[in-house]
Write a protein that binds this ligand. Structure first.
Ligand code: DI6
Ligand code: FE
Length: 400
């Protein structure tokens, strides 16, 4: 059906800027945007359905391009420990951290994981999120990674949100492989990834490149396997130390390298050349009380596209609001509100390989958008959480 949406302003986010259209009109045809422009230039025609947006600001639906939203249990106890001075690395070394979430995730049924993740996802969606990426990585054996990925697929099938699944089997060393990291990587490459990819459960492959996780050499073996399977790669890199994982990711044309607090200018250059998006995760930066800032000047100077995501996970970023992350990206990491919004729309789409169809308001793209009752687009980075009045349209249909 053809629908006209009018009496609004649009921040289209085309080309990664606000690209504002005052007094805009949007024509959707079924699930696509057919036309967008100033209302004064609206093509003459029959519009069976007309929606008055009452002066709202329309933006693309928000995209959270990095989450670990499926997991068992929670780690607020470790949060208390950390506040008493125990470090994230110490907790991990003592069998807590990711390993404790792995135990809880392995013990949970598919239905239990679905129910707890659906609640978290609904919270993100209340912020106007229409697309979300979710990683596995708390199963760390074939049946448990499969269970997580099936839950991720089911979330996309049952909730009005587009879900991309990423296999993060190389997230941490499972207890069965203690002191045998190379053997675990071999198992991922020869058994897990081929099986999970064949079952259609994987849209991209990720790994955690860090001194307390996997080395660049180990990550490279995972990347080679992904390449052989025809799957794009992403990487957790330079979060706690500098191993130049982001340059490695660039060599494999990764969709994104994420975290990046400790990246160098050469890493930024490599990412710019390969078109690898820098995904910044201010929730983890804040929650771990990090002090090393990602090198914004180098990223800007070399023209690296910057995305902002929640990293929603039980250990380092229990974040249930992407808009709060936009604020933290500005306040903690020094992004402008315009950069932050591009980071949760068009650049987030690029970090998921979806920029052809999502992330900006342009003719031909999928009609996922939010009509916000705000005064200016910067309001989206300004308010600290809360529930902003809005209407959410997904695939051309209002869902909120
Ligand atoms: N980096 C992170 O911040 C999360 N994973 C990762 O690779 C932490 C996940 C957790 O602590 O449960
Ligand atoms: Fe993460």
């Amino acid at each position: 059906m053809k629908t006209l949406w009018q009496n609004c302003h649009a921040a289209t986010m085309a080309q990664g800027a606000y690209s504002i259209i005052e007094d805009a009109a949007i024509i959707t045809q079924d699930e696509h945007i057919q036309w967008i422009g100033p209302r004064a230039e609206l093509p003459v025609g029959d519009y069976p359905a007309i929606n008055d947006l009452k002066g709202a600001w329309v933006t693309p639906g928000l995209i959270d391009c990095h989450t670990h939203a499926v997991f068992g249990g929670n780690r607020s106890g470790e949060f208390e420990q950390r506040l008493q001075g125990v470090s994230y690395a110490d907790i991990a070394a003592a069998g807590g951290g990711i390993a404790s979430t792995v135990r809880a995730t392995r013990a949970a049924s598919e239905d239990e994981l679905f129910a707890s993740a659906a609640k978290r996802l609904k919270s993100l969606m209340r912020d106007g999120v229409t697309t979300v990426e979710i990683k596995s990585g708390y199963g760390l054996d074939l049946p448990s990674e499969r269970k997580m990925l099936r839950v991720i697929r089911r979330l996309g099938a049952e909730l009005p949100v587009s879900v991309r699944s990423t296999c993060l089997a190389a997230h941490a060393l499972p207890p069965e492989y203690q002191d045998r990291a190379d053997d675990y990587i071999e198992h991922i490459c020869t058994e897990m990834l081929p099986a999970l990819a064949a079952e259609g459960l994987v849209d991209a492959v990720d790994a955690f490149c860090e001194y307390l996780a996997f080395s660049p050499e180990q990550v490279e073996r995972v990347f080679l396997t992904a390449q052989r399977l025809g799957l794009p790669v992403k990487l957790h890199a330079e979060q706690l130390s500098s191993l130049h994982g982001s340059s490695l990711a660039a060599r494999y044309q990764a969709l994104s390298a994420d975290h990046l607090e400790f990246m160098t200018e050469d890493d930024a250059k490599a990412m710019a050349e390969s078109g690898t998006v820098a995904v910044l995760l201010p929730g983890a930066f804040y929650f771990l009380r990090e002090t090393q800032l990602p090198p914004m000047d180098a990223l800007r100077k070399h023209g690296v596209k910057i995305a902002v995501a929640s990293d929603l996970n039980p250990g380092t970023s229990p974040a249930l609001s992407l808009r709060l992350m936009l604020n933290m990206a500005c306040t903690c990491l020094r992004l402008t509100p315009e950069e932050a919004l591009a980071g949760a729309t068009i650049h987030a789409a690029q970090a998921l390989g979806m920029a052809q169809t999502h992330g900006s308001l342009e003719a031909g793209k999928v009609a996922d958008f939010v009509a916000w009752h705000i005064d200016r687009p910067a309001d989206l980075s300004y308010w600290l959480g809360g529930d902003l009045e809005k209407r959410v349209v997904r695939h051309g249909v209002e869902i909120d």
